[in-house]
Each structure stands twice: as structure tokens, then as C-alpha cells.
Design a protein around this ligand. Structure first.
Ligand SMILES: [Zn+2]
Length: 104
């Protein structure tokens, strides 16, 4: 089965699966952002016990994929906002602004 992941919500980088058993971790190869989801082995009861109080959840990978791919609806204003945030590192580099002097 093919689990197609949407690009990283922060940098647009390519994500990959990093763990599968008790936690399914999906992380961005470019910026390191990652999220963890319930894995293939869970304590939640279902019809496939594997011992040690754990159960096999064959739908965990598709659930994790769907959760990673779910994005909040954004309007044009917040799209413009996130575009500005994506440009920030380039702006800082161009003007040689010290990160530490930026006011929050
Ligand atoms: Zn990223």
C-alpha cells in the first residue's frame, strides 16, 4: 500500500516515516520537524492481540498518514503571512540581522 505524505507544512521539504511499531513518527528530512502518531502496536484493544497487553492495529499507518496530511484551512491573509515567515531566513541573511537582536 502506498502512503503518500504531503510536503512539510513549514518548509515544503520531503517527509519520511521514521518509526513504525509503538509510535509512527513522520519527519521532515529538510528542517527536522516531526510528529508522532499511534503506532502499529497499541494497548487499545482490538481483534488482533500480540501479547504483553498489546494489539496490532493495521490501520495505524493510514491513520498517521491522514493526520500528517490534514491541514487547517487557511485564508489568503494567513497564506501571505506564512509566505513571509518562509522568507524570514533569507531576509535575515541578506541584511545580516542577528537573530538575537530580533524582538519577539
Ligand atoms: Zn520541513
Amino acid at each position: 500500500m502506498n502512503y503518500e505524505l504531503k510536503a512539510c507544512p513549514f518548509c515544503g521539504g520531503e517527509p519520511e516515516f521514521e518509526g513504525m511499531d509503538r509510535l509512527i513518527k513522520i519527519g521532515c528530512k529538510a528542517c527536522g520537524y516531526s510528529r508522532a502518531f499511534r503506532g502499529l502496536l497499541q494497548a487499545t484493544v482490538n481483534d488482533k492481540p500480540v501479547g504483553n497487553g498489546e494489539y496490532y492495529h493495521s490501520n495505524a499507518t493510514s491513520d498517521a498518514t491522514a493526520a500528517w496530511n490534514r491541514r487547517p484551512a487557511v485564508d489568503e491573509a494567513s497564506n501571505a503571512d506564512s509566505a513571509r515567515w518562509r522568507m524570514l531566513p533569507a531576509v535575515i541573511e541578506k541584511h545580516q540581522i542577528d537573530y538575537l537582536t530580533l524582538a519577539y
